[in-house]
Design a protein around this ligand. Structure first.
Ligand code: ZN
Length: 220
Protein backbone atom coordinates (compact mmCIF):
# COMPACT_ATOMS: atom_id res chain seq x y z
CA UNK A 1 0.00 0.00 0.00
CA UNK A 2 1.31 3.47 -0.86
CA UNK A 3 1.84 6.03 1.89
CA UNK A 4 -0.86 8.23 0.36
CA UNK A 5 -3.39 5.36 0.36
CA UNK A 6 -2.60 4.61 4.02
CA UNK A 7 -3.09 8.30 4.85
CA UNK A 8 -6.47 8.32 3.08
CA UNK A 9 -7.61 5.27 5.07
CA UNK A 10 -6.47 6.97 8.29
CA UNK A 11 -8.36 10.15 7.37
CA UNK A 12 -11.60 8.20 6.83
CA UNK A 13 -11.12 6.48 10.21
CA UNK A 14 -10.50 9.84 11.94
CA UNK A 15 -13.59 11.40 10.29
CA UNK A 16 -15.70 8.45 11.50
CA UNK A 17 -14.27 8.79 15.03
CA UNK A 18 -15.06 12.53 15.10
CA UNK A 19 -18.62 11.74 14.02
CA UNK A 20 -19.12 8.87 16.51
CA UNK A 21 -17.74 11.01 19.35
CA UNK A 22 -20.15 13.82 18.28
CA UNK A 23 -17.33 16.29 17.84
CA UNK A 24 -19.06 17.38 14.64
CA UNK A 25 -22.43 16.74 13.00
CA UNK A 26 -23.93 16.64 9.51
CA UNK A 27 -21.55 18.32 7.03
CA UNK A 28 -19.71 20.33 9.73
CA UNK A 29 -15.96 20.40 10.13
CA UNK A 30 -12.99 19.53 7.97
CA UNK A 31 -9.83 17.46 8.20
CA UNK A 32 -6.51 17.68 6.35
CA UNK A 33 -3.09 16.03 6.47
CA UNK A 34 0.29 16.63 4.89
CA UNK A 35 1.16 14.17 2.14
CA UNK A 36 4.68 14.98 0.94
CA UNK A 37 4.57 18.54 -0.41
CA UNK A 38 0.77 18.43 -0.78
CA UNK A 39 -2.30 18.10 1.43
CA UNK A 40 -5.14 15.61 1.50
CA UNK A 41 -8.41 17.24 2.61
CA UNK A 42 -12.02 16.36 3.13
CA UNK A 43 -14.38 17.68 0.43
CA UNK A 44 -16.88 20.49 0.93
CA UNK A 45 -20.40 19.49 1.97
CA UNK A 46 -19.74 15.88 3.01
CA UNK A 47 -20.98 14.20 6.17
CA UNK A 48 -17.78 13.05 7.90
CA UNK A 49 -19.52 9.99 9.34
CA UNK A 50 -20.04 8.53 5.88
CA UNK A 51 -17.04 9.80 3.96
CA UNK A 52 -15.12 7.43 1.64
CA UNK A 53 -11.52 7.45 0.48
CA UNK A 54 -12.71 8.28 -3.07
CA UNK A 55 -14.27 11.53 -1.74
CA UNK A 56 -10.92 12.95 -0.53
CA UNK A 57 -9.15 15.71 -2.43
CA UNK A 58 -5.44 16.44 -2.89
CA UNK A 59 -4.37 20.09 -3.08
CA UNK A 60 -0.99 21.81 -3.14
CA UNK A 61 0.10 24.30 -0.47
CA UNK A 62 -1.40 27.14 -2.56
CA UNK A 63 -4.78 25.40 -2.49
CA UNK A 64 -4.82 24.25 -6.12
CA UNK A 65 -6.74 21.00 -6.62
CA UNK A 66 -4.48 18.21 -7.93
CA UNK A 67 -6.75 15.16 -7.66
CA UNK A 68 -10.37 14.51 -6.64
CA UNK A 69 -13.76 15.22 -8.15
CA UNK A 70 -15.43 17.49 -5.55
CA UNK A 71 -14.48 20.87 -4.13
CA UNK A 72 -12.00 21.05 -1.24
CA UNK A 73 -13.26 22.11 2.17
CA UNK A 74 -14.60 25.66 2.43
CA UNK A 75 -12.17 26.21 5.33
CA UNK A 76 -9.14 25.40 3.15
CA UNK A 77 -7.66 28.87 3.80
CA UNK A 78 -7.69 28.14 7.54
CA UNK A 79 -5.89 24.82 7.01
CA UNK A 80 -3.33 26.38 4.63
CA UNK A 81 -2.62 29.07 7.25
CA UNK A 82 -1.74 26.35 9.77
CA UNK A 83 0.64 24.50 7.43
CA UNK A 84 2.35 27.74 6.40
CA UNK A 85 2.77 28.89 10.03
CA UNK A 86 3.63 25.52 11.51
CA UNK A 87 6.18 23.41 9.59
CA UNK A 88 5.77 20.81 12.37
CA UNK A 89 2.04 20.36 11.59
CA UNK A 90 1.22 17.01 9.98
CA UNK A 91 -2.56 17.25 10.33
CA UNK A 92 -5.30 19.79 11.10
CA UNK A 93 -8.84 19.23 12.33
CA UNK A 94 -11.62 21.80 12.51
CA UNK A 95 -14.71 20.48 14.33
CA UNK A 96 -17.69 21.76 16.29
CA UNK A 97 -17.38 20.07 19.72
CA UNK A 98 -20.67 21.17 21.33
CA UNK A 99 -19.63 21.78 24.93
CA UNK A 100 -16.37 23.57 24.11
CA UNK A 101 -18.21 25.63 21.50
CA UNK A 102 -20.92 26.46 24.06
CA UNK A 103 -18.21 28.07 26.25
CA UNK A 104 -17.42 30.48 23.40
CA UNK A 105 -21.12 31.15 22.77
CA UNK A 106 -21.63 31.92 26.47
CA UNK A 107 -18.50 34.07 26.50
CA UNK A 108 -16.84 31.87 29.16
CA UNK A 109 -13.09 31.31 28.76
CA UNK A 110 -11.64 27.79 28.69
CA UNK A 111 -8.11 29.22 28.90
CA UNK A 112 -7.85 29.16 32.68
CA UNK A 113 -5.45 26.61 34.20
CA UNK A 114 -7.93 24.20 35.78
CA UNK A 115 -6.83 20.72 34.65
CA UNK A 116 -3.14 19.69 34.95
CA UNK A 117 -3.24 17.40 31.90
CA UNK A 118 -4.42 20.32 29.73
CA UNK A 119 -1.71 22.68 31.06
CA UNK A 120 0.92 19.96 30.54
CA UNK A 121 0.03 19.01 26.97
CA UNK A 122 -1.73 22.06 25.48
CA UNK A 123 -0.56 24.91 27.72
CA UNK A 124 -4.02 26.45 27.52
CA UNK A 125 -7.06 26.42 25.26
CA UNK A 126 -7.38 30.03 24.05
CA UNK A 127 -10.27 31.45 22.00
CA UNK A 128 -9.67 33.23 18.69
CA UNK A 129 -11.94 36.22 17.97
CA UNK A 130 -15.06 35.72 15.83
CA UNK A 131 -14.58 35.69 12.06
CA UNK A 132 -16.83 34.72 9.17
CA UNK A 133 -16.45 31.06 8.28
CA UNK A 134 -14.71 30.23 5.01
CA UNK A 135 -13.18 33.72 4.56
CA UNK A 136 -9.57 34.94 4.87
CA UNK A 137 -10.66 36.60 8.16
CA UNK A 138 -10.90 33.15 9.74
CA UNK A 139 -7.25 32.41 8.95
CA UNK A 140 -6.28 35.88 10.24
CA UNK A 141 -8.20 35.29 13.49
CA UNK A 142 -5.99 32.35 14.51
CA UNK A 143 -2.69 33.72 13.12
CA UNK A 144 -1.33 35.14 16.39
CA UNK A 145 -2.23 32.05 18.43
CA UNK A 146 -1.04 29.34 16.02
CA UNK A 147 2.70 29.51 16.83
CA UNK A 148 2.02 28.78 20.50
CA UNK A 149 -1.07 26.57 20.73
CA UNK A 150 -2.17 23.24 19.25
CA UNK A 151 -5.82 23.65 20.31
CA UNK A 152 -7.73 26.88 19.69
CA UNK A 153 -11.43 27.62 20.14
CA UNK A 154 -13.12 29.73 17.45
CA UNK A 155 -15.56 32.20 18.97
CA UNK A 156 -19.23 31.22 18.47
CA UNK A 157 -18.16 28.56 15.99
CA UNK A 158 -15.99 25.57 17.01
CA UNK A 159 -12.43 24.44 17.53
CA UNK A 160 -9.18 23.88 15.65
CA UNK A 161 -6.47 21.37 16.54
CA UNK A 162 -2.99 20.88 15.09
CA UNK A 163 -1.20 17.53 15.34
CA UNK A 164 2.01 15.86 14.22
CA UNK A 165 -0.34 13.35 12.54
CA UNK A 166 -4.09 12.75 12.16
CA UNK A 167 -4.60 10.79 15.40
CA UNK A 168 -2.59 13.35 17.37
CA UNK A 169 -4.89 16.11 16.07
CA UNK A 170 -7.92 13.90 16.83
CA UNK A 171 -6.78 13.23 20.41
CA UNK A 172 -6.36 16.96 21.00
CA UNK A 173 -9.92 17.62 19.77
CA UNK A 174 -11.25 14.90 22.09
CA UNK A 175 -9.20 16.37 24.96
CA UNK A 176 -10.64 19.86 24.35
CA UNK A 177 -14.22 18.57 24.52
CA UNK A 178 -13.52 16.44 27.61
CA UNK A 179 -11.88 19.39 29.37
CA UNK A 180 -14.90 21.54 28.54
CA UNK A 181 -17.26 18.87 29.91
CA UNK A 182 -15.28 18.62 33.17
CA UNK A 183 -15.07 22.39 33.67
CA UNK A 184 -18.76 22.76 32.85
CA UNK A 185 -19.69 20.11 35.46
CA UNK A 186 -17.41 21.74 38.05
CA UNK A 187 -19.05 25.12 37.44
CA UNK A 188 -22.47 23.50 37.96
CA UNK A 189 -21.22 22.03 41.26
CA UNK A 190 -20.17 25.46 42.43
CA UNK A 191 -16.77 26.46 41.04
CA UNK A 192 -13.93 25.52 38.71
CA UNK A 193 -10.87 26.13 40.88
CA UNK A 194 -7.66 27.12 39.10
CA UNK A 195 -4.28 25.52 39.85
CA UNK A 196 -1.75 27.53 41.92
CA UNK A 197 0.60 29.70 39.81
CA UNK A 198 3.69 27.71 40.89
CA UNK A 199 2.06 24.47 39.71
CA UNK A 200 1.16 26.05 36.35
CA UNK A 201 4.82 27.10 35.88
CA UNK A 202 5.99 23.57 36.81
CA UNK A 203 3.52 21.86 34.44
CA UNK A 204 4.34 24.29 31.62
CA UNK A 205 8.09 23.58 31.96
CA UNK A 206 7.40 19.86 32.07
CA UNK A 207 5.24 20.07 28.93
CA UNK A 208 7.98 21.94 27.09
CA UNK A 209 10.68 19.48 28.27
CA UNK A 210 8.59 16.54 27.08
CA UNK A 211 8.08 18.17 23.67
CA UNK A 212 4.29 18.42 23.94
CA UNK A 213 4.18 22.10 23.00
CA UNK A 214 4.73 23.70 19.57
CA UNK A 215 8.39 24.59 18.76
CA UNK A 216 7.82 28.35 19.21
CA UNK A 217 6.18 27.86 22.61
CA UNK A 218 9.46 26.42 23.87
CA UNK A 219 11.20 29.73 23.21
CA UNK A 220 8.93 31.71 25.50
ZN1 ZN B 1 -16.91 25.24 11.23
Amino acid sequence: MTRERALEQEMVAVCQALYRRQLLAATDGNVSARSGNNLITTPSGANKGFIREADLITVDLDGRVLTGTGQPTTELLLHLEVYRTRPDAGAVIHAHPPIATAFTVAGVSLAEAVLPEVVLTLGAIPTAPYATTGTPAMAAAVRDLLPYYDAILLEQHGALTVGRDLWDAYNKMEKVEHAALTVWLARQLGQARTLPDAEVVKLTRLGIDKGYRPPLATES
